[in-house]
Design a protein around this ligand. Structure first.
Ligand code: GDP
Length: 344
């Protein structure tokens, strides 16, 4: 790609924005597959500055117009299950097959504490240095919905930049799986050998969302245990409700560190894609996801406007105090603030 000229930088902008490119320059760079410009554009998506948001919106719209065929894969699993080792092996396999891969992350812990489980830059170092891979740690944000929304927009930019395989990775804690599930075509759950008790309690919900399950670390001493775990999950899945896609989830084993079972998982993902493309679920699911994100975005925007509203800000503390002291019910307090917001 030819370097972008300085003409793309508007000299009339205030100093802090002068390093911004024009919308056209971002779009041109993204469409040419330039990873640096793609990365800068995603930074705009993640920014809270209104100027950046406006620019980001135009870039996303332009990228949306470029329809590409891609597969979006969600990957989840408890910390330590081997997600980054797996993605490194899986991604390398895909690149060898001629694919271009983007890895985005949603890490719910990065919002709570500064230290995040997924955001560590040293993860997947080999893959990150490959020009056919693009790796982006989790966006920061004050709500999971907000972070997920930004990730969804980042997916569109990555696809416009020619990445045909998108991985959205999340850690198996909290609500983030649901958010990831609502933006991917296929959901892969990595499991540990012997962790069959995950089928109880909250993990059950995650197992239910999975299209493909893989017991990782099926090597050395744990190979036999991994095979047993695979069988346990296979038995248990029979009792789960039939999926809307009509796809019957499969349970595989792999060893990410020994590069075993990786090609089989990719083949299974392709089988899933073929199956859902043929029965129409693939497109239907993407449409439903767009509908879901339309409504989510309305809520996110309304919420942001509400809390930045002058009169809401002026009365919020007082109403909160009254609610805490039991002088006002939560619903009446909310109603009063909404009235203040809507009156303008
Ligand atoms: P993450 O927290 O899910 O991203 O897990 P990591 O990829 O960081 O892996 C956690 C640990 O498990 C590391 O010490 C890896 O070397 C190890 N590990 C990952 N995959 C395998 C595997 O297939 N077999 C074995 N034996 N160890 C693995």
């Amino acid at each position: 790609m030819k370097p972008l000229s300085d003409k793309s930088i508007n000299p009339d902008l205030p100093k802090q924005y002068r390093n911004l490119r024009s919308v056209e320059a971002y779009i041109e760079g993204i469409l040419a597959g330039d990873r640096i410009i793609l990365s800068q554009a995603i930074t705009l998506i993640e920014s809270t500055r209104p100027e950046h948001r406006i620019l980001a919106q135009d870039i996303v719209e332009a990228c949306l117009a470029r329809r590409t065929s891609s597969i979006r894969i969600g990957i989840t699993g408890s910390p330590g299950v081997g997600k980054s080792t797996f993605i490194e092996a899986f991604g390398t396999h895909l690149i060898e097959k001629g694919h271009r891969l983007a890895v985005l992350a949603i890490d719910p812990t990065s919002q709570i504490s500064k230290g995040s489980i997924l955001g560590d830059k040293t993860r997947m170092a080999k893959l990150a240095s490959n020009e056919n891979a693009f790796i982006r740690p989790s966006a920061a944000g004050d709500s999971l919905g907000g972070v997920a929304h930004k990730t969804r927009e980042a997916i569109l930019l990555c696809e416009a930049a020619g990445f045909d395989t998108i991985i959205v990775e999340t850690v198996g804690v909290g609500q983030s799986e649901t958010a990831v599930h609502s933006m991917v075509d296929c959901f892969l759950l990595l499991l540990l050998p012997g962790a069959g008790d995950e089928l109880q309690g909250i993990k059950r919900g995650i197992v239910e969302m999975a299209d493909i399950l893989a017991v990782n670390k099926a090597d050395g001493e744990r190979l036999a245990l991994a095979k047993r775990t695979q069988q346990e999950y296979r038995n248990a899945l029979h009792l789960f409700p039939i999926k809307a896609s009509g796809w019957i989830p499969s349970v595989l084993t792999c060893s990410a560190s020994n590069n075993e079972g990786i090609a089989e998982i990719w083949q299974m993902i392709k089988d899933f894609q073929k199956f859902t493309l043929e029965n129409g679920y693939f497109e239907h699911n993407r449409q439903e996801q767009s509908r879901h994100w339309l409504h989510e975005t309305i809520l996110i925007l309304l919420r942001a406007q509400f809390y930045s509203d002058k009169s809401v800000k002026a009365h919020l503390k007082d109403i909160e105090k009254q609610v805490l002291e039991g002088k006002l019910s939560s619903s009446k307090g909310a109603r009063e603030l909404l009235d203040l917001f809507l009156r303008q």
